[in-house]
Design a protein around this ligand. Structure first.
Ligand SMILES: [Zn+2]
Length: 327
């Protein structure tokens, strides 16, 4: 048996992070250490196929835990989309995951694993990890913003994850910062996601490329679907003026979004995560500068704005950690 220093029996939990392109799974201990991590492409067929993949690989991890005498206490799942966390169900997924609506994950997995099953939105599992183990440890009022293809939000207020009436709170990517702005996937207009997410940055760049004559960009004018935010950030570094416009717009949109959130929740820490923040830390520094310029001084001046210390596994660790965060 694995014991912690004080001879307390170390507990382990299986974490599952379900995203649009991949599903990551691992065994996680109470210190947030990750064991036997594996990733799988997210099935592009039916929810039955996705559940089969989850079930097989979770059972496999349970076998490993048994062989290694790891004391497993739960399976925790974080998924993109809207989640009824009390009942352990996916209500409506994102367009990125096929057939991911009305899926009773807890009902399915509790039968086969005989373990308690926790299910939450992946932005909430991210803020849980940061609150329990990361940059928000010992902090009671935290906002997390994950920048990837879309933008996810999590709020810890008074030490508790903010849920709202049924668990749908903190859709921070869909705060409108321009009411005559671009149309968003959510049905609204001018959301920060349309400016500052990976897809938003690429979309704003595509609009501008239509008016650019330089042959340097002819490949992306002909193949606009190949353009990602990565190219836009590279062009920014090379002083390409349209790319500078797009990135500066993203910084401004995000800063106004963050200021709205600070004015609403009075947090002491804001933690950014997701691929876009991890690989462009200077971008977050610029957002921070802008926030301090435009927000109510009393509220913004002492807010710490930083990038996740837990890195790419934060969502996975938080998924596993739900059982301990719940206590
Ligand atoms: Zn939106």
């Amino acid at each position: 048996m694995h014991r912690t220093r004080g001879e307390r029996l170390m507990e382990y939990s299986i974490g599952v992070d379900i995203g649009g392109t991949k599903i990551a799974m691992a065994i996680v201990d109470q210190n947030g250490k990750v064991f036997y991590k594996n990733t799988y492409p997210t099935p592009n067929t039916t929810n039955l196929e996705t559940m089969k993949l989850l079930n097989e690989n979770v059972l496999n991890l349970i076998d490993i835990a048994n062989q290694e005498s790891m004391h497993l206490v739960s399976v925790g799942i974080g998924s993109a989309g809207q989640v009824d966390y009390e009942n352990g169900k996916i209500l409506s997924g994102t367009v990125n995951i096929k057939d991911w609506n009305n899926v009773d994950i807890r009902g399915f997995l509790s039968q086969t694993t005989k373990l308690p099953i926790y299910v939450d939105n992946d932005a909430n599992t991210f803020v849980i990890a940061e609150h329990q183990l990361g940059g928000g440890k010992n902090v009671n009022d935290i906002i997390s913003i994950t920048l990837g293809t879309g933008i996810g939000g999590g709020v810890v207020t008074g030490g508790k994850v903010l849920r709202g009436a049924w668990g749908g709170a903190a859709e921070l990517g869909h705060l409108t910062v321009k009411f005559d702005g671009p149309k968003c996937n959510c049905g609204s207009i001018g959301c920060i996601e349309t400016y500052a997410s990976g897809s938003g940055i690429a979309n704003r760049m595509r609009e501008r490329l239509q008016n650019v004559t330089s042959e340097k960009f002819s490949y992306y004018k002909e193949h606009p679907e190949k353009l990602t935010s990565k190219e836009v950030f590279e062009w920014y570094e090379h002083d390409f003026s349209e790319a500078k416009e797009v990135i500066n717009l993203a910084i401004t949109a995000l800063a106004y979004g963050v200021v709205n959130v600070i004015h609403t929740f009075n947090p002491s820490t804001i933690i950014f995560g997701g691929g876009l923040a991890e690989s462009n830390r200077w971008f977050i520094t610029e957002v921070q500068k802008k926030v301090k310029e435009i927000g109510l001084s009393s509220l913004v001046k002492d807010v710490e704005i930083k990038v996740s210390e837990l890195g790419y596994d934060a969502g996975l660790i938080g998924a596993a950690y739900q059982v301990w965060a719940d206590k």
